[in-house]
Design a protein around this ligand. Sequence first.
Ligand code: SF4
Length: 268
Amino acid sequence: MPQPPRFIAPGGYDPVKAKQRVRHIVRALRRWDPDRRTWLHYKTPFQLLVATIMSAQTTDEMVNKVTPVLFERYPDAQRLAQADPADVEKIIRSTGFYRQKTKSVIGAARKIVDDFGGKVPLTMAELTQVPGAARKTANVVLANVAPRPKSDHGIFVDTHINRVSQRLGLTRYDDPVKVERDLMELLPENAWVDVPHQLIQLGRHFCKARGPNHADCPLLRWCPTGQAELSPAPTSRRAGGAKRRSTAKPAARRRSAGGTSRGGPRST
Ligand code: SF4
């Protein structure tokens, strides 16, 4: 039995209205958090693959703490393929599930050395043969190192993207594979890299599972859930309670931290 969506927007999913809204959503996301890419630190496609495999069940920040040591000792597939598992386990222990992750990253390195000449393959069919690289991982890697048309990646869907897409009325499903399909139908191909990353950022800062901050969200104007929950109708309830407007904005934060990202006016 298909699982009903948990965060479905009021009025359900309407593909025609979703198509009309999505252009505005893409523009607003790009103004709010321009040129967004992965938060994982890497220098080569192989390093991104390893970091992405290790990011399961932990934060990117935690992975970024261990990868400098890991990549200094094992910078490429050839070196990691010959690694002593006990040494790798010791380095990545703090990321959790370190035994399984060690098996996966060494297994991935060996597969890449044995079957792909030491280089990460850039097709979905090949990359998903690599241990630890299911479709979501392959989508993250390919989108960041070989964006379309250089590869045939789709749109990765994690728990944030799943929830935010439902609330925005961009999908009728709760299953990541089906959510990806709906998003691929709606979003232009040139938005398949930055928009998923921006939706994650939005999910972390505004569209949290509990207590979404509709009032400050840069997508409020195009979001059926936010609009309905902030509606002045006497019978409507504000889910999670609207919070006071803040200036939290990644571009602004990066600028204040000395970053170089471009900013833009708030869309709401
Ligand atoms: S307006 Fe609310 S429900 Fe809609 S995307 Fe923003 S935080 Fe999420």
